[in-house]
Design a protein around this ligand. Structure first.
Ligand SMILES: Cc1ncc(COP(=O)(O)O)c(C=O)c1O
Length: 217
C-alpha cells in the first residue's frame, strides 16, 4: 500500500501527542490549554439544538451551499461590520467547523510543496500541522512582547523567495498569550500589503483575489 506524500510529511501530530497524555489519570497536563468542562454551556446548546430542529429541522438537515447557511453568513457579515468595524459582505464569509478547518483550507488554497510560511516564533502547533500537510517550509520571524518585529518581517519578505503566507495570532497569541500593540498591527498590515502577501479574500464566485498575482482561473 502506498500513501501520499502528505501522509509522510505529517508522520506525527504534535497536538495528538499532547492530547494523548490527557487520557492518563496520573498526568495533570497543562500543555493542551483545554477549557474547563464545567464551563461548557450544555443546557444552552441543548436548547438551541432543539429550537433549530423544531422550527427548521428539514432545512437545517438538508444539503446546502458549501459556503455555509446564507442567513448565518449574513449575520456574521453584519457582526463583523457593526461590532468589529471590519466591513464584510455575506458573500465574503465562509462558514467552517472551527478555525482548524479554515487553516487546512488556507493551506490547500495557498501552498505548494516548498512554499514558505512566515510565522511568529513560537507559534500555534495546530497551524504548523495543517500547513505541513501541504509541504510548507516554516521561517520564524523575531517576535517580542508587542508582536512580530517589523524590521525582521520586512527583511524576510525581501530576501526569501516564494513566501505565500504570513501566519499570525495578534490576539491572545498561542502559546505566549500576548496581544499585539496597535502600532505593530498597523505596521504589519502596511508591510504585508506592500509585499502582496495578504490580504486575500473570496469573491462571490468563490475565486480568490489578492493584492498579489491573480490565481489562474
Ligand atoms: C491560535 C489557534 N488557532 C486555532 C485553534 C483551533 O481552533 P478550533 O477549535 O476553532 O478549530 C486554536 C485552538 O487552541 C488556537 O489556539
Amino acid at each position: 500500500m502506498r500513501y501520499s506524500k502528505r501522509v509522510e510529511w505529517c508522520d506525527t501530530s504534535d497536538i495528538g501527542d499532547i492530547l494523548k497524555a490527557l487520557s492518563d489519570p496520573e498526568i495533570l497536563s497543562l500543555a493542551g490549554g483545554l477549557p474547563a468542562p464545567e464551563l461548557f454551556p450544555i443546557d444552552d446548546i441543548k436548547l438551541a439544538t432543539a429550537l433549530v430542529l423544531d422550527r427548521e429541522g428539514r432545512r437545517a438537515l438538508q444539503y446546502s451551499s458549501a459556503y455555509g447557511d446564507p442567513r448565518l453568513r449574513e449575520i456574521v457579515a453584519k457582526r463583523m461590520t457593526e461590532k468589529y468595524r471590519t466591513p464584510a459582505k455575506a458573500e465574503e464569509v465562509l462558514i467552517t467547523n472551527g478555525s482548524q478547518q479554515a487553516l487546512d483550507m488556507a493551506g490547500k488554497v495557498f501552498l505548494d510543496e516548498g512554499s514558505v510560511v512566515l510565522c511568529e516564533s513560537p507559534t500555534y502547533l495546530g497551524a504548523l500541522g495543517a500547513f505541513k500537510t501541504y509541504g510548507a517550509r516554516f521561517v520564524g520571524v523575531e517576535t517580542d512582547k508587542d508582536g512580530m518585529v517589523i524590521e525582521d518581517l520586512e527583511r524576510k519578505l525581501k530576501e526569501i523567495e516564494d513566501v505565500r503566507m504570513v501566519y499570525v495570532n495578534p490576539d491572545f497569541q498561542n502559546p505566549t498569550g500576548i496581544d499585539w500593540s496597535v502600532d505593530r498591527r498597523k505596521a504589519f498590515a502596511e508591510v504585508v500589503g506592500r509585499y502582496g502577501v495578504p490580504p486575500w479574500r473570496t469573491t462571490p464566485t468563490g475565486s480568490f483575489v489578492s493584492t498579489g498575482p491573480a490565481l489562474p482561473q
